[in-house]
Design a protein around this ligand. Structure first.
Ligand code: PLP
Length: 298
């Protein structure tokens, strides 16, 4: 079969799967062994890269973060050129919409195997919830995450700030929020420090200053936040990476949850209370979204 024919056969328009050798795999066929440590222990790391019009956004920072997470789990260092090959293969075979969420999955591999990690890239459509949130904004609940910022430095086994495949707690927090009528969560540390969302970075705007909490308190360094801050600095904004308190997010001109898939999303309601000045918030959201997009305009 020709390469194009094979690409079509292995692409159901909604999902594309490829290994690190760049070979396409059937997204309908089983891939993991039952004893893969990702399945039995959530023992692995991942990344989700936004691809727009065939171009992956922030691929370098995503691969750097994959390497950082892998090092925290004592996994073999990922080979960037192999991951780039995999990314290229998925993008070339994609027949879905303009945008794709590209998941890079790297696990410790089968428990009773030869120690070879499992690795693949999977292209998926963007979920309807994320598309809606980008436009309409979200309501969020602050929830305790159950650790103090100091744990990040002194308890490396907690893997704080690693993007591990153990996201059950993050998903449980989102379900809890949903039961309370909220769309999203802002995690707080036990001392009240603002951390991050279950799948997003917190950014606040005050005047022409953007602020986000530091990764040193046990959160992920966000690639979207990085891109937004670069664009904002070019446009004359001041950016700061510093600790935030609940009052900082409540009292800000704008509160945002940013991530690769949702891009820049504004929070309109916090802990059941609508945040004031909705229209100026919307305008700020439009401005920051435009700044973020400007990072990728050529
Ligand atoms: N924090 C957490 C816990 C996440 O899971 C994510 C992304 O999924 C982010 C922050 C945002 O990271 P990025 O902007 O690189 O997608």
């Amino acid at each position: 079969m020709s390469w194009a024919g094979r690409a079509w056969a292995y692409c159901d328009a909604m999902r594309v799967l490829a290994g690190l050798d760049g070979a396409l795999l059937d997204p309908e066929a089983p891939l993991l062994r039952a004893d893969d440590l990702a399945a039995t222990r959530g023992d692995g790391v991942f990344e989700t890269v936004l691809v727009v019009d065939g171009k992956p956004r922030e691929l370098g920072p995503h691969l750097d973060r994959l390497a950082r997470s892998a090092a925290m789990l004592d996994l073999p260092a990922p080979d960037p050129s192999a991951w780039e090959r995999c990314v290229k293969a998925v993008i070339s075979a994609w027949r879905g919409g303009r945008e794709m969420a590209l998941k890079l999955v790297y696990t410790r591999g089968p428990e009773f195997g030869d120690g070879t990690p499992t690795a693949y890239g999977m292209g998926l459509p963007i979920g309807a919830g994320a598309l809606r949130a980008r436009v309409e904004g979200v309501s969020a609940l602050t929830l305790e995450r159950g650790f103090a910022p100091e744990h990040a430095g002194r308890s490396p086994w907690l893997l704080l700030g690693a993007k591990t495949l153990s996201y059950a707690v993050n998903m449980a927090a989102l379900r809890y929020a949903e039961r309370q009528g909220a769309d999203e969560v802002v995690f707080l540390a036990s001392d009240g420090s603002v951390l991050e969302g279950p799948t997003s970075t917190v950014v606040v705007a005050n005047g022409r200053t953007l602020r986000t909490p530091p990764p040193s308190i046990g959160i992920l360094p966000g690639t979207t936040q990085g891109a937004l801050f670069r664009a904002a600095e070019r446009a004359g904004w001041t950016t700061k990476v510093e600790r935030l308190r609940p009052d900082d997010i409540r009292g800000a001109d704008g509160l945002f949850l940013v991530s690769s898939v949702r891009k820049v999303t504004f929070v309109h309601t916090l802990d059941g209370t609508p945040l004031p000045n909705l229209e100026p918030r919307r305008a700020l959201h439009a401005e920051l979204s435009d700044l973020y997009e400007s990072e990728y305009r050529t």
